[in-house]
Design a protein around this ligand. Structure first.
Ligand code: C5P
Length: 225
């Protein structure tokens, strides 16, 4: 297995992991693993195949043959499922909920483990998810758990949706965020918890620049990069 440096960034949705990890990867010249996108694509593929999202055996089979690719383009990363560009289709609220449903099953997670570990290459990897520091890359030298209050995450999400020209209701978004948190934190396998050796950053009252500066300082302290 590759011993390349891994920066594991875990935490709930809406805490700012996406922005932070993209920026760290760009600045360090590292690869980026968006593990949530893998669960999102699996949920999407399962729906498309007409599978029930509680049918663990069929979901495992789907996970094993999932023809998923991340393509880097000038306009960012394109997520492909076979020949279909699913980049926007997997970003809906429904796709997030479906992802957290399929992600509950231990055998599904197991089936996706090697696929995630294969992203670890020189000079290094920034990994964004829920269990990067606890399960997928337990030996990562840098582990960050980026948290934020549910209310703040809901406000950020509403802003994002509005900026994308979509209708958003704060109370509905907040309740969906709380439901998803509950499912992610309480599942039996790979629950959303900070690794014992993770540094917890709360982004509720911090801007992206401050979060980035803290994370970057931590990377320097742990890896001298
Ligand atoms: O991060 P994102 O919102 O794209 O993740 C969607 C869902 O996928 C999460 O709510 C979580 O249930 C699941 N997930 C996971 N483990 C990961 C990444 C995502 O269980 N490493």
């Amino acid at each position: 297995m590759s011993k390349a440096v891994v920066i594991a960034v875990d935490g709930p949705g809406g805490a700012g992991k996406g922005e932070l990890t993209q920026r760290l990867a760009r600045d360090l010249g590292f690869a980026l693993l968006d593990s949530g996108a893998i669960y999102r694509v699996l949920g999407y593929a399962a729906r498309k195949a007409g599978l029930a999202l509680f049918d663990e055996d069929s979901l495992v089979q789907e996970a094993q043959v999932l023809n998923l690719r991340f393509e880097t383009t000038e306009r960012g990363v394109r997520v492909m499922l076979g020949d279909e560009d699913v980049t926007s289709a997997i970003r809906t609220e429904e796709a997030g909920v479906n992802a957290s449903k399929v992600a509950q099953f231990p055998a599904v997670r197991q089936a996706l483990l090697q696929r995630q570990r294969a992203f670890r290459k020189e000079p290094g990897l920034v990994a964004d998810g829920r269990d990067m520091g606890t399960v997928v890359f337990p030996d990562a030298p840098v582990k960050i758990f980026l948290d934020a209050r549910a209310e703040v995450r809901a406000q950020r999400r509403v802003k994002q949706l509005e900026a994308a020209g979509k209708k958003a209701d704060y109370a509905t978004v907040l309740s969906e965020i709380k439901d998803r948190d509950e499912r992610d934190r309480n599942r039996k396998v790979a629950p959303l918890v900070p690794a014992k050796d993770a540094v917890v950053l709360d982004s509720s009252d911090l801007g992206i620049e401050e979060v980035y500066a803290k994370a970057r300082a931590l990377v320097r302290e742990k890896t001298s990069l």
